[in-house]
Write a protein that binds this ligand. Structure first.
Ligand SMILES: Nc1ncnc2c1ncn2[C@@H]1O[C@H](COP(=O)(O)OP(=O)(O)OP(=O)(O)O)[C@@H](O)[C@H]1O
Ligand SMILES: [Mg+2]
Length: 244
């Protein structure tokens, strides 16, 4: 059975060294919704994702998964187990081969992992993201940026997580590869019907993928709504994004 999760963020603040990085952020992502967070460089997008992931402590406010409060000192492993993440930097490990990178969480967290089983599942995921399976034993440095992105996506879906988070999935890719990655993400989300969050500078990606958009500016929610409302909005910053 597919587990669908609702995420609620209430009055979230993040302060580092007296600098307010996230300011009173509140939003809800309903099950099966796809939230796209857009905003300029330094707006706080990645930090917000890290707070949801539990990789950063929040300074105040609350985050709920299905109505359950994820406290500041919550068991992080439990949260991370529900989430599939594709980091902005791909975060592939150079010294591990492609299938080991895809299966990384299970390979290194389980006491006695079944190598044969994990390798087989990793190869299945390679197929799902449209990569040739004969790269399983190659190393990240042997792949192009676009292929590395796909490996990152394959890793994010490896354990069939409840929530998917993609941070800048198309940054650094040429327009053709960007389009391919966007359709891949769209297919994954539609097929799995999972709650998902994508972070991007790319308004076209947001308009295509989102059921809900949040525009972050200087750590605050500047605007939120669906793609149709975005077109009609008079918000100046949003218009700048939309008019490219
Ligand atoms: N560990 C940290 N310590 C101090 N400041 C930080 C830290 N991480 C992020 N920041 C600051 O928080 C702000 C938001 O950073 P964040 O990485 O979330 O931006 P972003 O919206 O993801 O930008 P980009 O589009 O460039 O990836 C920036 O001003 C950044 O310098
Ligand atoms: Mg970022």
């Amino acid at each position: 059975m597919i587990k669908k999760l609702k995420i609620e963020v209430k009055n979230l603040n993040k302060v580092i060294d007296s600098k307010r990085i996230l300011k009173n952020i509140s939003f809800t992502i309903e099950p099966e919704e796809h939230l796209v967070i857009i905003g300029g460089s330094g707006a706080g997008k990645s930090m917000l994702a890290k707070c949801i992931l539990g990789l950063e402590n929040i300074s105040s406010g609350s985050i709920f998964f299905d109505g359950k409060l994820i406290s500041r000192n919550a068991d992080r492993q439990k949260i991370l187990d529900k989430l599939g993440v594709c980091f902005q930097s791909n975060a592939l490990f150079d010294s591990y081969n492609i299938w080991q990178n895809i299966a990384f969480k299970k390979l290194y967290n389980e006491k006695s992992p079944s190598i044969i089983k994990l390798r087989k599942l990793a190869i299945e995921r390679l197929r799902e993201v449209g990569l040739p399976t004969n790269i399983a034993e190659d190393y990240p440095s042997e792949l192009s940026g676009g292929m590395q992105k796909r490996v990152g996506i394959a890793r994010s879906i490896f354990s069939d997580p409840d929530i998917l988070i993609f941070d800048e999935p198309t940054t650094g890719l040429d327009p053709i590869m960007s389009k391919k990655i966007i359709s891949l993400i769209s297919k994954i989300i539609k097929d799995s019907k999972k709650t998902a969050i994508t972070i991007t500078h790319d308004i076209n990606l947001a308009m295509f993928l989102a059921t809900k958009i949040i525009l972050l500016n200087d750590g605050k929610v500047e605007w939120s709504g669906n793609p149709k409302q975005a077109i009609l909005s008079k918000n100046k910053l949003l218009k700048i994004f939309l008019n490219g």
